[in-house]
Design a protein around this ligand. Structure first.
Ligand code: UAH
Length: 391
């Protein structure tokens, strides 16, 4: 029995995930590992399936934003190292210990309190990656003095092990490299300060996708590969550089739920903002803004049918959209592509991002629990996960 009852689905090509990983492995120095970033449910692609595929393809570890996201991966049987990149409230430290997940820290007070909590009931020790803020202005220590104080505090802890030091770049995807080079110089000065204090450095990492493409020799021990793993470029500039060729892994598809030909003019959707012309075919598709298909695509977005582009007619509804097929006759259950390729045409996530006035990262992250994910290998469905009906 099919595990979902509405003919709208995301397809994730696991061969593309694997190929993108291989592309970065070839691009990077041999000694540099890959930490697959699968936060935000794998940028909307499905953290468990993408995480398992990345690890099978040679990634050394996974990264998430939240401890709760690490919990889902552990529940799915993933035993590989997982780093939580964001802030974790110290009250959750026991959960991290039980899950054997590494956390990010940058505060002596947090470190001391975390260690006290773990010591109280002799919990398992956990690994800590120290975050340095070299110019992202988000999380991390900002001075050598604070960095040394944090590392000294860690070395006093019996339940916290210093296992990493990292920073995050704000502008690595831009043509002007002034900011990213300034960040990297500062990061290097932090590393030098630690060496001068006779500290043995643990795992060192600083590159996201953009920095891994532009500065592969900044790979250090590992890179944190996010958007590139999914076959998307961090910016148009990085796409045009084309130093690495990536394969988009995600497609969004649906089937026509209803179709009619206008014998006489009629209006379409809320607000009656679109008037169907005589002999125009209007198809209704079962997807809407409650699925994460933005209402901002009203009257702007297009879909692919029989390998051609057709415009959305009127306003995107909560659960449905209408498209104008012009004079093209269609039938219920015919397949329509909302994101992805059909024949020689493609509606890319970059195109959708432009229409929405955002970046490609956000587009797949918007696709939510109402849309099942179908995982493909050799263009055949090998697994289905439906967040709405499967726990
Ligand atoms: C700390 C951190 N590190 C790495 C990433 C991945 O970035 P890309 O998706 O641009 O590769 C995100 C992030 O928040």
């Amino acid at each position: 029995m099919k595990s979902f009852c509405r003919d709208t689905w995301v397809e994730v090509d696991l061969d593309a995930i694997r190929a993108n990983l291989e592309t970065f492995k070839r691009h990077l120095p041999e000694k540099t590992g890959i930490m697959a970033v699968v936060k935000a449910d794998g940028y909307g692609h499905g953290a468990v399936h993408v995480g398992k595929e990345a690890l099978a393809g040679g990634a050394d570890s996974l990264a998430v934003a939240l401890l709760d996201e690490a919990l889902i991966l552990r529940r799915a049987g993933i035993t590989a190292p997982i780093l939580v990149l964001g802030y974790t409230p110290v009250e959750s430290i026991v959960t991290a210990s039980e899950l054997e997940v590494e956390l990010t820290a940058y505060s002596v007070e947090w470190i001391t309190e975390a260690n006290d909590i773990l010591q109280k009931n002799d919990h398992k020790p956990i690994g800590i990656h120290v975050k340095t803020d070299t110019g992202m202005g988000r999380l991390g220590v900002r001075t050598k003095e604070d960095l040394l104080a944090v590392v000294d505090a860690l070395e006093e802890c019996s339940k916290l092990k210093w296992t990493g030091i990292f920073t995050h770049f704000a502008c690595a995807d831009e043509p002007d490299t002034t900011h990213v080079r300034r960040q990297h110089d500062l990061f290097q000065s932090f590393l030098q300060a630690l060496r001068e204090a006779n500290k043995t450095l643990p795992s060192v990492h600083c590159c996201n996708t953009a920095a891994a493409i532009a500065f592969p020799d900044w790979g250090y021990d590992t890179i944190r590969l996010g958007i590139g793993l999914y076959g998307l470029y961090p910016s148009l500039y990085m796409k045009e550089r084309a130093e690495v060729i990536l394969a988009p892994a995600l497609a969004l598809k649906t089937r026509i739920a209803h179709v009619k030909k206008a014998d006489e003019p009629f209006t379409v959707s809320y607000g009656a903002t679109y008037a169907a012309k005589p002999d125009e075919w209007i198809a209704t598709l079962p997807i809407g803004y409650a699925d994460g298909y933005s209402r901002l695509l009203s009257k702007r977005g297009e879909v692919l049918y029989n390998g051609s582009r057709y415009p959305i007619a009127g306003r995107v509804c909560m659960d449905q959209i209408m498209v104008s097929l012009n004079s093209t006759e269609a039938a219920v259950n015919d397949e329509v592509v909302l994101y992805g390729k059909q024949g020689d045409e493609e509606i890319s996530l970059d195109e959708i991002a432009d229409l929405l006035g955002t970046i490609n990262y956000e587009v797949p992250c918007m696709l939510n629990y109402r849309i099942p994910r179908l995982y493909l290998r050799d263009q055949k469905v090998t697994d289905v996960f439906h967040p709405l009906t499967m726990k």
